[in-house]
Write a protein that binds this ligand. Sequence first.
Ligand code: DGL
Length: 264
Amino acid sequence: MDTRPIGIFDSGMGGISLLRDALRMLPTENFIYYGDNLHAPYGDKTEDEILGLTSDAADFLIDHGVKALVLACNTATSASINMLRQKLDVPVVSIEPAIKPACEAGGDGKVFMLATVATTMLARYHALQARMPDPDRVINVGCSGLVDRIEQGITDDDAFDDILDRCLSQYHGMKADSIVLGCTHFPFIARAIERYFKLHFTGECRLIDGNAATVRQLERVLDSSQLINCVGEGRAEFFTSGDRDALFPLFERFLNAPIYYQKL
Ligand code: DGL
């Protein structure tokens, strides 16, 4: 049994959407969540800036004794997963936009991949898209502005229409088979996104995110590296680079559970 915690990292509170699944699916594991809220959003930054910030965050979690690291940030994955895997001695699992299950689900409509601008521009994501059987079926939409608003705790169903109009109005009326939530902040506004698509698009508009698949991958990696902890009740500890007093109540709201934290 390896009771050391698993580090989960995101630019802010997006990774809490993955942590929610991890706590449910791996209830005996311990977790340390680190949100770099001070520097969010990463999605409007350059690749080098994202690389530097992600590397610092990984160091922070390694210093806290994690046995594995989860990049719960599609943007950080796109910019820095290769560097992290070279640099770190612990296994690194990372999320990527779930276009594969969306494309495999079939249909003759489009797959809309909503993510940060950085994710849609970086080579790693383009390589993933190129591996799809019909890459042109995937429409990539860089949604600048959504993350800033979610970081403020805004999640109302009609609070994002202006941004979604700016990013999506050129596609109105198309058939949308799936909408891939390619940013871990977006599950918190899934209802707002679904409502918008149902108003302006045709087709099933199925929402897909990669959180559960990433947790399953984490479980496989822990198992093959003999790092599993399967006894007792796990717990999660929280850290942020931002203002804890303002942010931790939002962490609790997004997690839908009380949180425990130590002074930095
Ligand atoms: N939650 C992050 C992601 O999955 C990005 C948010 C940001 O722009 O900082 O891409």
